[in-house]
Design a binder for this molecule. Structure first.
Ligand code: ATP
Ligand code: MG
Length: 388
């Protein structure tokens, strides 16, 4: 029996004239994800039709598709001729296992080919009747059935499917351009990366690394977190910025209570230069309002003041519990909580300012040659290609 996987487009449906653009990007992302498993792919009526090569495991493919942004739901469907006899028999055969396990069911039909001689309620009634005849234990329940059998009469064929699996939602990765995420080994920044990839950004990642104050293990942790995110966002170039000398210089020359903010201002400027070089149009951080001293509103203002690129802070209004829930869902949490030091935590002042004044930060900052240290970091940065 011929089978196809139907991936329903989510928010894309709302797009007007450039919808086909978005659909093409989505299909490209699916191609990259499925590689050799894919035999053919096309889109019509807000649905992507995916045919698999022989030997491909459809369950595994569905699992992979649940990580592709821009898809609202996924179902495996049997393909039948547009003949009600074949449809009703086909439904019983194709969904035999699911119908055997269920206690209740209903049939829903959609007829986008209006030339098909039966109307949707008639298609449902006939198919439902055949199912009841073949599966004597089943009862119809229109409100809360164990299984919804869907019959779709489309342009060239009829499709029958059972369970619909929830997709990742959002918009296709790269349909909204590219941004650079500042990724630490913590819980927040991987979640921020995921959230912005879900809004259609492809990603570069930037990590500040302070050897020997932070260990190789800490770097490996960041590579692993980036790898998990690349399962959703596609290939990510991870830029590793050696940052020890800069931190030591700030510690030596600047006021202790200003240390974190000056360090963060330097990070943002280094990140902006790396982002520009790599054709990114924005920066992403995992900052959340008020979570730590450097994330008060005034501190965020001081941190953001030194760069022109938009800074996207998708977690800004979320509390820790909400962030942790997402981290668990996307599979980064367990890695994030591994106990390796981050460069920010090594050099924390005892009494950081929570109400910084830009003028006093600038005064403190003027003790070091910012331009020299920023450019030095950019020049010493190296790239690791990460993909899942
Ligand atoms: P996270 O959980 O992401 O580590 P956090 O709650 O520890 O965040 P901070 O340490 O203040 O908060 O960092 C705020 C943001 O700055 C991070 O979410 C991340 O985007 C960026 N950042 C912090 N440290 C680094 C680093 N070593 N390399 C790259 N980005 C960093
Ligand atoms: Mg951190």
């Amino acid at each position: 029996m011929k089978e196809v996987i139907l991936a329903k487009c989510g928010e894309l449906v709302l797009k007007g004239l450039n919808r086909s653009n978005f659909e093409n990007i989505l299909m490209n992302n699916i191609k990259q994800k499925l590689k050799d498993d894919l035999k053919s792919i096309r889109s019509a009526q807000s649905t992507v039709y995916i045919e698999l090569n022989e030997g491909a495991d459809p369950d595994l493919v569905v699992e992979k598709l649940t990580k592709v942004f821009g898809i609202s739901s996924i179902s495996r469907a049997g393909i039948f001729e547009k003949d009600i006899e074949k449809i009703k028999k086909g439904a019983c055969e194709y969904l035999r296992d699911e119908l055997t396990l269920a206690k209740t069911f209903k049939v829903e039909s959609k007829r986008s080919d209006k030339k098909f001689p039966l109307k949707s309620p008639e298609i449902s009634a006939i198919t439902g009747g055949e199912i009841l005849k073949n599966f004597r234990h089943l009862k119809v329940d229109v409100n809360n059935p164990d299984i919804v059998v869907t019959v779709e009469i489309r342009d060239n064929n009829a499709f029958v499917h059972g369970a619909r699996i929830k997709g990742a939602g959002g918009m296709p990765t790269s349909s909204n351009g590219k941004a650079a995420v500042l990724i630490s080994g913590g819980i927040d920044s991987p979640v921020a990366a995921y959230m912005m990839a879900k809004r259609g950004l492809s990603l570069d990642a930037i990590h500040f690394f302070s050897s020997p104050y932070t260990s190789e293990k800490a770097k490996e942790k960041v590579i692993e977190l980036t790898r998990i995110i690349s399962g959703y966002a596609g290939k990510i170039n991870l830029h590793i910025v050696p940052f020890t000398q800069q931190q030591l210089e700030i510690k030596k020359m600047c006021k202790n209570e200003h240390m974190t903010l000056i360090m963060r201002r330097m990070m943002m400027q280094i990140a902006e230069r790396i982002a520009k070089k790599n054709r990114c149009d924005g920066l992403i951080t995992g900052e959340s309002l008020g979570q730590v001293a450097s994330q008060t509103l005034l501190a965020l203002a001081v941190t953001g003041e030194c760069v022109k690129m938009p800074i996207l802070r998708p977690l800004v209004g979320m509390d820790k519990e909400e962030i942790v829930t997402i981290a668990r869902k996307i599979g980064t949490f367990e890695t994030s909580i591994l106990p390796y030091e981050d460069c920010c935590t090594v050099f924390v002042p005892k009494h950081p300012t929570t109400k910084p004044k830009l003028s006093s930060i600038l005064e403190s900052e003027s003790k070091i040659d910012m331009e020299y240290w920023i450019q030095k970091a950019v020049d010493e940065t190296y790239v690791i290609e990460v993909s899942k």
